[in-house]
Ligand binder design. Structure first.
Ligand SMILES: Nc1ncnc2c1ncn2[C@@H]1O[C@H](COP(=O)(O)OP(=O)(O)OP(=O)(O)O)[C@@H](O)[C@H]1O
Length: 334
């Protein structure tokens, strides 16, 4: 695999042109062999791990997703997760290059609520990448195990996800849209903190128009898919806010509310009949109901940003903590 080097001065103009969004200049530079070492269009992530450093024969299978299996392995004495990409996917050169571009981007991200990317295994015929290992598994597993969460835990988890997502959406020079935010793509660390993962489907926002960032295409899991994505309309960052609302709803509910229903039909009803999960039950505190309704609003422009969501959740959390403390104190007095 060719390493273009991080600071190759001869190829830096393309990075600069990309970061400033000069599309025409990018085309000219690309036509003359320009490459982008900053990583928005890198052919190779910078951190490659020699495959001899990871003993894949002692691997333990921990999960399987649409792209391949995930294994627990040891790298330099540390437990890490090795994500293998099916050869049917990785053998397609364009897909592989796109994937490596996503990894190059992920490699630069650092946030307590984002799963840490560690490197790509230099393997002759397989595409395998390494991330930190989160032993408590996914939010999907947690909800399956525990069922409905208590209000304070649900709010704390919602804050974790919102903080990770806010970091992605605030990414410069372009926002990162996750596009596939689901309970399976939210993992829990030893300390109980949630982290967002799986940026394989996320893309750097390419265009900005008068209404904000927009891009076209359709990816992601149907159950959490925003109506505009299902309708294959142009969409922006707020698709992640929609998915977030459905995840928060599940935390109060203890899992998806329409488990039996075909996810594609569900997405169809959301897209064409404005159907939304019910929040009538008493388990939802009033400010959470209001927040969910804002977040899954049919008009994407009416959905709040993650920055706003964090502010709202922090207020909700503080009130809940005060209430819990007050009721605890009255117990003691009694
Ligand atoms: N870094 C990790 N640490 C611990 N477990 C992980 C890690 N990454 C993934 N897993 C586990 O492996 C499972 C499969 O992960 P993967 O990301 O491949 O697929 P998915 O998110 O379940 O589905 P999809 O591929 O459709 O997004 C996860 O649900 C999770 O339980």
């Amino acid at each position: 695999m060719e390493d273009h080097g991080l600071h190759s001065s001869s190829s830096k103009p393309l990075s600069d042109a990309r970061s400033f969004g000069h599309v025409d200049i990018c085309r000219i530079l690309e036509a003359h062999g320009g490459i982008d070492p900053v990583g928005l269009d890198s052919q190779a992530p910078y951190y490659e791990i020699d495959h001899t450093e990871v003993n894949m024969t002692d691997r333990i299978l921990i999960g399987e997703g649409a792209y391949g299996e995930v294994y627990l392995v040891r790298w330099r004495g540390t437990e890490v997760a090795a994500k293998t990409i099916r050869s049917s996917i990785a053998s397609n050169q364009t897909v592989k290059e796109n994937f490596l571009k996503e990894l190059a981007l992920w490699q630069k991200l650092r946030h307590p609520n984002i799963v840490q990317f560690l490197g790509v295994l230099k393997h002759p015929d397989r595409l395998i990448f390494i991330t930190e290992y989160l032993q408590n598994g996914s939010l999907y597993d947690i909800l399956k195990r525990k069922g409905r969460l208590d209000t304070l835990s649900a709010v704390a988890y919602a804050l974790d996800i919102a903080r990770g997502m806010n970091y992605l959406h605030q990414h410069k020079p372009r926002a990162i849209i996750h596009r596939d935010l689901t309970p399976r793509n939210v993992l829990q660390d030893e300390a109980g903190r949630l982290k967002v993962t799986d940026f394989g489907l996320s893309k750097i926002v390419q265009e900005k128009d008068a209404h904000g960032y927009r891009m076209t295409g359709g990816t992601g899991s149907y159950r959490y898919m925003a109506p505009e994505v299902f309708r294959r309309e142009s969409y922006g960052k707020s698709v992640d806010v929609f998915s977030f609302a459905l995840i928060v709803h599940e935390m109060f509910q203890g899992g998806p509310s329409n488990k039996g229903e075909d996810p594609e039909k569900l997405a169809d009803k959301r897209a064409y009949e404005d159907s939304r999960p019910s929040v009538s039950s008493h388990v939802y505190p009033e400010p959470i109901k209001l927040l969910l309704r804002e977040c899954w609003h049919k008009n994407p422009d009416r959905r709040p940003s993650f920055e706003d969501i964090i502010l709202q959740l922090e207020i909700i959390q503080e009130r809940l903590q005060q209430k819990a403390l007050a009721s605890c104190c009255s117990c003691v007095v009694l």
